[in-house]
Design a binder for this molecule. Structure first.
Ligand code: NZQ
Ligand code: ZN
Length: 386
């Protein structure tokens, strides 16, 4: 196992009715900016629950943060923070609102010329406003990690940023809030969480049985619970609770301790969202099978472990076991309702060329933390996903 530092200070308030505990977790004299998305919280009662819990607090609101949050919108919120002298941010929404709020927290105290550089140039963020979150969509893990991803609409670029100062102080996870999610977003959450685990697991062995079995436990949970949630006529609390906790645990830093991580699928997927607005999880379902096949020799050992322990594949040659595991993975994505091919989104070879060109212009030689997926490979693997 490799050396590591593990730090995660996020307090999790998990379960039914936990929004009511907001007031105990925000300083009484705080001036709060409550951020939210396109309005789902007005329809499902979350807005009222939050406002009731914050009775007596000084709260300013900023709504309209869109999915794949736009830098342009977030900078408007930064102006509000400065004008209103806000000193605490409360994000109420899915990964986009949480990520956007992390960016607002950093950009509000940024002293350089363009806050876009925080993401585009991966600047070190050393100070940020404190933030808390009420999560409404189980998927990204943003509620318990210190990263975010934002999009610049003007240039169709999507970049990640992160800093230990951007961990939420607390996150409220009430699975009941996810009952109002459209099926598409439930499915997105299952697949996003699944691929987060894969990015930290399906690489190279470093003798890390604890991390491997945590990862396999989350994958198996998603495989068991995911189809229940995507087929149920009415949402079941226990299923949603298990999915919510699985998604949080999938990307809170625990799985990546001491192991070799990847993130090639995410880096390629972000380009598909930036250029075509395809849902984040869908981009991952499209790209991942291509990455797995491309890596079938280099990452043979972990792929065989995945085939055996997660899919219980015991028959055939090693080559066949790996291919079956890749097919099972793709079938699982389709089973929960996620498309897995570029052609299903009217995306063709021209976009593949554009992505390769973008990576080349950014002077990237390879993607993924292991740098074992070359830019030429990116073009080749995407061709197999047409
Ligand atoms: O905007 P509203 O009206 O709230 O509607 C949202 C949005 O349209 C809706 N929604 C959320 N909760 C709901 C609900 N609708 C009904 N009932 C509820 N309870 O769902 C739609 C999608 O929301 P969004 O926040 O965009 O989805 P998600 O949580 O999947 O977040 C995706 C973003 O997170 C980034 C992605 O790149 C993408 O920008 N990621 C963040 C990560 C991180 N911070 O660690 C890691 C991930 O890999 C990912 O990159
Ligand atoms: Zn993701």
């Amino acid at each position: 196992m490799n050396n590591f530092n593990f730090y995660n200070p996020v307090k999790i308030l998990f379960g039914k009715g936990k929004i009511a505990e907001l007031s105990k977790n925000i300083p009484a004299d705080a001036k709060i900016l409550m951020t939210y998305g396109g309005g789902s919280i007005h329809k499902n009662g979350v807005y009222e629950q939050v406002k009731t819990a914050l009775k007596g607090f000084n709260v300013v609101e900023f709504g309209g943060i869109e999915p794949n949050p736009h830098y342009e919108t977030l900078m408007k919120a930064v102006e509000v923070v400065k004008a209103e002298k806000i000193d605490f941010l409360l994000a109420v929404g899915g990964g986009s609102v949480l990520d956007g709020t992390k960016f607002i927290a950093a950009a509000a105290l940024y002293e350089g010329e363009s806050a876009w550089d925080i993401a585009a140039k991966q600047l070190t963020v050393s100070k940020a406003l404190p933030l808390g979150a009420v999560l409404t969509l189980a998927a990204t893990g943003s509620e318990m990690n210190s990263g975010g991803v934002i999009t610049r609409e003007a240039t169709q670029e999507k970049f990640a940023f992160g800093s230990p100062v951007l961990f939420p102080k607390f996150s409220v996870l009430d699975p009941q809030i996810t009952f109002s999610l459209p099926q598409r977003q439930v499915a997105n959450g299952i697949v996003d969480a699944f691929v987060h685990v894969i990015e930290q697991y399906l690489t190279y062995p470093v003798n890390s049985p604890v991390q491997d079995r945590f990862a396999e436990g989350i994958l198996l949970t998603l495989i068991e619970e995911g189809p229940k949630a995507s087929t149920a006529e009415t949402p079941d609390y226990e299923t949603r609770a298990n999915l919510m906790w699985a998604a949080t645990m999938a990307l809170n830093g625990l799985l990546s301790t001491g192991v070799k991580t990847d993130w090639a699928t995410h880096m390629i997927g972000h380009e598909l969202t930036a250029l075509h607005g395809i849902d984040h999880a869908v981009t991952l379902a499209i790209v991942l099978p291509g990455v797995m096949r491309l890596m079938k020799d280099k990452r043979r050992e972990k792929l065989l472990q995945y085939a055996s322990r997660v899919w219980n594949i015991t028959e055939g040659t090693d080559e066949q076991k790996i291919e079956t595991a890749i097919q099972q993975t793709e079938s699982f994505f389709r089973q929960v309702g996620i498309s897995t091919l570029l052609s299903e989104h009217q995306v063709g070879q021209d976009t593949i060329n554009q992505i390769v060109e973008r990576f080349t212009q950014r002077k990237m030689r390879a993607v993924g933390a292991q740098q074992d997926v070359s830019i030429a490979d990116v073009g080749e693997l995407l061709k197999t996903r047409l």
